[in-house]
Design a protein around this ligand. Structure first.
Ligand code: URA
Length: 230
């Protein structure tokens, strides 16, 4: 984390106040005076302001109910992004959703935590509510469970679990996250996704109290009980 961000997060100072204090030589890192606000600081570093050791800022974790039409990117020249809803301030997205998908997006500044969610080897389960253009054939659940060969992919998809809620309304759980995976899986069996909403990631379930475009911090138990796989 940049030193000016560290300082403002560890105190009640604004970023510009923090920068002024750093430039004035009032801050040291691991015993050395530092005057460059942009210098990176490790979370275990000892940061001292006016002779006082600061407690490191706590990592932040949020769940967002992404609305339609919002892009999971830091910046976009023409579309609204997740960071027009949540102030970026060192945060990143743990697992993207397409612009035309809605639902659970996790945002954090804890890289190790988000890595556990997104690392392909961890097979973190993600559940989607899926609207389809056509009813599914009887053997669709079995096909999805066995794995589908997607174009431009060397291996078939990992076993996916399909819950049929009605003719064109499904719940699908994946343990991988290939590009546009849900849409490509249904396209491969001759169908088309008309709506896509992410309900959960691992053990984290989208809070029913969050309307589209709303977010809230995760509770400590939600951060710590996060498990991978199913
Ligand atoms: N699968 C998709 O096709 N899109 C998403 O946004 C997520 C999973």
């Amino acid at each position: 984390m940049r030193l000016d961000r560290y300082l403002s997060r560890a105190t009640a100072l604004s970023r510009s106040q923090a920068r002024r204090m750093i430039r004035a030589g009032r801050v040291s890192v691991d015993g050395d005076p530092v005057k460059q606000p942009a210098i990176p600081v490790a979370m275990q570093a000892e940061v001292v302001l006016d002779g006082e050791l600061l407690a490191p800022p706590l990592p932040r974790y949020y769940m967002l109910n992404k609305p339609l039409g919002v892009v999971c990117a830091t910046q976009d020249p023409s579309q609204r992004t997740v960071f027009d809803i949540l102030r970026p301030d060192g945060l990143h997205i743990a697992g993207r959703l397409d612009i035309d998908a809605t639902g659970l997006v996790l945002v954090t500044d804890d890289g190790q935590w988000s890595h556990r969610i997104t690392a392909p080897a961890n097979h973190c389960a993600k559940t989607y509510r899926v609207g389809l253009a056509e009813p599914l054939p009887k053997d669709a659940a079995e096909q999805l469970r066995r794995g589908i060969c997607l174009r431009h992919e060397a291996k078939p998809t990992r076993p996916a679990e399909l819950e049929i809620l009605s003719d064109r309304d499904m719940r699908l759980t994946l343990t991988e996250g290939k590009y546009h995976q849900v849409k490509r899986m249904f396209a491969a069996i001759g169908n088309r996704v008309t709506s896509l909403h992410r309900e959960s990631i691992g053990t984290l379930v989208l809070d029913e109290g969050l309307s589209a475009g709303e977010y809230r911090p995760l509770w400590p138990d939600e951060v710590s009980v996060y498990r991978i796989g199913r």
